[in-house]
Design a protein around this ligand. Structure first.
Ligand code: NAD
Ligand code: ZN
Length: 342
């Protein structure tokens, strides 16, 4: 089969002919249809310091995908050849305290698809059956392909109640864009999106933001009176990893507000803990998706009218992987999809 492989330590990826994965008795083999490119894939492609200390080549990268079941192990009874599926990319140990209690997203021994084991940028991918998610027939396959980052967006957006609340979103990358649509769907009153990139600000408007702002031109305090807001934001979703963005979110919160932090900073961030104490704020880190409550929520929100399709902006064949990666890296894009069937 063909696959995008990190062959050796250093920048670049190669589209190689490699053996199809073999499956164990509890595994599912999936013929990949479409994949999404994530920031993680860009880090691995460019071989930044995180990739250099994390990735052991050779490795097939990629973890956002949809495809159909091609084969199943002898112990697998609820997946059948032809079923349309995606996969949860966090493969957990199953034996630790949290796994045994059903809190698999808290497993400390998680191995990432396309990071610690061969991934989905390939014609076939194998996963344990406990990581495979059935889609309903007729789901838009591009949407199904990005259930992994959509799940990051939903996990963060629903970390705190948003019904009737004023929500701040910093960073309108693909995940911030999808989260904007999710909090609107979940009943937020005002949703303010802060994003320096003009292309992404325009997308945030399409996703339902009440107001979009460039953090280089305006502060949250500037826009609050315009929206009739008096006390500050009730909920903030930090999706940029940027130190200034986190600090401005903290100082724009109402008393008792809550901040869900998904953005991954490249350096330590210093914050004023006085603000957290005296405003009695809650800060919560969000990693991955809850297995499988987040997947259930994604499914039912789509079925009840949530539309995340405007966040998908570019489509390529896997043969054009260089152009696809360039589009994802440019910043002037939402989600970039690669098709593995054409
Ligand atoms: P992205 O890098 O495409 O988006 C980040 C956005 O933040 C960019 O559009 C950037 O212009 C914007 N930004 C930069 N400085 C800003 C500022 N001061 N204020 C507001 N916005 C600012 O990333 P993405 O794919 O949308 O992911 C969002 C973040 O979540 C990234 O940091 C990513 O590494 C992280 N992430 C975390 C998890 C997890 O499980 N915790 C999973 C996937 C991605
Ligand atoms: Zn575990």
């Amino acid at each position: 089969m063909r696959a995008l492989v990190k062959r050796r330590a250093g920048p670049g990826l190669e589209l190689d002919e490699v053996p199809r994965p073999t499956i164990g008795i509890n595994d599912v083999l999936i013929r990949v249809h479409k994949t999404g490119i994530c920031g993680t894939d860009l880090h691995i492609e460019s071989w930044d310091p995180w990739a250099a200390r994390t990735i052991q080549p050779p490795l097939i990268i990629g973890h956002e995908f949809v495809g159909h079941v091609a084969d199943v192990g002898s112990n697998v009874s609820d997946f059948h050849p032809g079923d349309l599926v995606s996969g949860e990319g966090h493969v957990v140990c199953g034996r630790c305290r949290h796994c045994l209690a059903g809190r698999r997203h808290l497993c400390a021994n998680t191995i990432g698809l396309g990071v610690g084991r061969d991934g989905a940028f390939a014609e076939y991918v194998a996963l344990p059956m406990a990581n495979v998610w059935h889609h309903w027939p007729g789901i838009d396959e591009e949407v199904a392909a990005i259930f992994d980052p959509f799940g990051n967006a939903v996990h963060t957006a629903l970390a705190f109640p948003v019904l009737g609340e004023d929500v701040l979103v910093s960073g309108a990358g693909p995940i911030g864009l999808m989260a904007t649509a999710v909090v609107r769907h979940a009943g937020a009153r005002k949703v303010v999106v802060s994003e320096p990139n003009a292309y992404r600000r325009a997308l945030a408007e399409r996703m339902g933001a009440t107001l979009v702002m460039d953090p280089r031109d305006r502060t949250f305090a500037d826009v609050m009176p315009e929206l009739g807001m008096v006390e500050g934001f009730d909920v903030a979703l930090e999706r940029s990893g940027n130190p200034t963005a986190l600090r401005s979110a903290i100082s724009s919160m109402a008393h008792g507000g809550a901040i869900a932090i998904l953005g991954i900073p490249t350096q330590e961030i210093s914050i004023d803990v006085n603000e957290i104490v005296f405003k009695m704020l809650t800060l919560r880190g969000i990693y991955g998706r809850e297995m499988f409550e987040t997947w259930y929520k994604m499914t039912v929100m789509l079925q009840s009218g949530l539309d995340i399709r405007p966040a998908i902006t570019h489509r390529f064949s896997f043969l054009e992987h260089r152009a696809a990666f360039a589009a994802a890296r440019s910043g002037d894009s939402g989600k970039v999809i690669m098709d593995w069937t054409t």
